[in-house]
Design a protein around this ligand. Structure first.
Ligand code: ATP
Length: 248
């Protein structure tokens, strides 16, 4: 398998001082569902933002190493160009247009990619098939829907851009366990049925290890462990530190 995204000994810092990544190496192969695990502040969000060249907007920068998407250094392209090339992030906070309907929010995901009516219709069909609740709520004002529906809409909006690499930051954030399970089951199905490559940062290690194929653990800006999700879930140090002493 070819690496779609590759981090090679990457360090990153904010304001030229605060080190957030310290030599992280990571490969996301085509067709993989890769999970990035780690505690609060470990560097997961920084890593995902770095992949889309979003650090400069936060006065952050890569201080060492290389990040390549499809073999090209990601710092050479703008975040918008990355989306057009298929590297689509869904960052923390959902950031929907609260006064637009769910469907209008979804359609905004296709804007800028130059898809015609047919492309938009196909995208909506895929999203509604994956999240039937969104179809029921498609005319609802996004700001008045539940947190789970908003997260599904944020994911759906990303899918409307037809990603080649879909990058999600903490999709479980603030959501009830049943909704989290529904979202991860949908991501797993997407990966299995369409072959979409996923990189998902998640503090909820149990659910991430249950659904992902591979996982990498980040601690203090370093990648400390990496391997097949099932193997990691069985390791004592993962069970003790990330799964509360229980197997996933
Ligand atoms: P969380 O789950 O809380 O988002 P994380 O694993 O995603 O945690 P990061 O958000 O990447 O971790 O944070 C890594 C380090 O970088 C932390 O020490 C954090 O305080 C710092 N940091 C993150 N964003 C910024 C910023 N915009 N400016 C300065 N420092 C930052």
């Amino acid at each position: 398998m070819a690496a779609l995204l590759e981090f090679e000994a990457v360090s990153a810092a904010y304001n030229g001082a605060i080190a957030a990544l310290n030599g992280v190496s990571l490969r996301v192969e085509e067709g993989d569902f890769a999970a990035l695990l780690g505690a609060n502040g470990a560097g997961k969000t920084t890593l995902l933002k770095a992949a889309s060249n979003l650090l400069p907007a936060e006065r952050g920068r890569i201080t060492a190493g290389h990040i390549r998407f499809e073999g090209r250094d990601v710092t050479e392209s703008s975040p918008g160009a990355h989306i057009r090339a298929g590297l689509v992030p869904v960052l923390e906070g959902r950031r929907l247009f609260k006064s637009l309907s769910i469907e209008e929010n979804l359609v905004t995901g296709a804007v800028g990619r130059g898809f015609g009516r047919r492309g938009v219709a196909e995208g909506l069909e895929l999203v509604y098939d994956l999240f039937p609740r969104l179809k029921q709520r498609r005319r609802s004002v996004a700001g008045l829907t539940s947190g789970g529906e908003q997260q599904m809409a944020a994911i759906g909006r990303g899918l409307m851009a037809k990603p080649r690499l879909f990058v999600l930051d903490e999709p479980s954030m603030g959501l009830a366990p049943l909704v989290v399970a529904e979202i991860f089951a949908a991501l797993e199905r997407l990966n299995r049925e369409t072959g979409l490559t996923l990189l998902v940062a998640e503090q909820n290690s149990a659910v991430a290890l249950r659904h992902a194929r591979h996982a990498t653990v980040i601690e203090n800006g370093r990648s400390t462990l990496s391997g097949p999700a099932q193997e990691l879930a069985a390791r004592p140090e993962i069970r003790d530190s990330y799964l509360g002493g229980h197997a996933a």
